[in-house]
Write a protein that binds this ligand. Sequence first.
Ligand code: NAD
Length: 356
Amino acid sequence: MEILEQMGAEGHEQVVMVSDAGSGLRAIIAIHDTTLGPACGGTRIWPYHSEQEALSDAMRLSRAMTYKSSAADLPLGGGKGVIIADSHKDKTEALIRAYGRFVDTLGGRYLTTTDVGTTGRDLEAIKQETDYVVGLPLTSGGSGDTSIMTGLGIYMGMKACAKEVWGSDSLAGKKVAMQGFGKVATYAAHHLMKEDAKIVVTDVYEGALDRARDLGLAVVKPDDIYSQDCDIFAPCALGGVISPETIPQLTCKVVAGGANNQLLSESDGASLHTRGIIYGPDYILNSGGIINVESEVSGAYNADRAREKTERIYEIMERVIAVSKRDEIPTAKAADHLAESRLEAVRKIRRLYRSN
Ligand code: NAD
């Protein structure tokens, strides 16, 4: 598909190709939708095999940010930057600052933050060139590590799902199987442990498993996590893990975790629905990170405000479940409908405003 055709099909507003010969920067910034506010989303540094692969990733991820911010009731649109490079070998201050200068030329239509391959230090370098950067470290006056709020949001989403399934949102005694025990899973686990949930963990990194063992958590091999006898399965590592291959292995009543793009395809959401498993849509449950960042956009960062907004993920998940039941559709679709209806309502008001 031609680029403009692809943009039209998915509703993208703008795609910017960026090149700086001096630093070797090659990047793409995709702005999906600014109906609700400036497009916000992280910058990913990844050694893409082709420009087409980088473009597809930027377009897919920027669209997902529109849905995530819309469903979380944030005044932000969706955007994403991708830099075609290996973050371990190619990342230099010159490259990052050149990227920051291009972000600046967009005049605030795009606000960047961290993603795979970028860190708080990179944001500090970008900040040398532009004010359109958020999620800076606390020491630089920013909102700091997003995974703290992301972990809280996952926990709140799990509780809303639990209420629907078991009639109470208490997770005491519930068994949660966590795939991946990185930053987000660890913060979510701390909330679960306070509530006396039972946790079993897997990871491919031995250091993560050691941390889990130190916390007294049970540990299993990566391939065994799907078939664990559990109440809640929490994907907190990779995307695409809910698939025709894994769904038959699940024994849980709830799938609720932090990983992005958990469903391999849309039909996997329908498949969970048919089996009576409640799915907490990934972008609803893991929106604590963008909520944290947004509270930096709308003034000086206030941790209490970010926490309060993140706790609202519970109510948003309740709304998703209500729409799913009312319309007899999978929760993943219900979440999309909620996000789209907010966007449509704001567009409608704009059209009315313009025609008067
Ligand atoms: P992380 O890198 O700290 O943790 C991921 C963990 O998953 C690592 O310990 C890794 O070893 C493990 N892992 C990788 N492949 C695995 C496999 N096949 N089986 C088991 N474990 C595996 O990352 P994170 O920040 O905790 O993010 C986790 C997920 O949440 C990612 O999908 C990320 O995109 C998503 N997410 C994170 C945030 C945030 O604020 N950090 C916000 C939204 C979404």
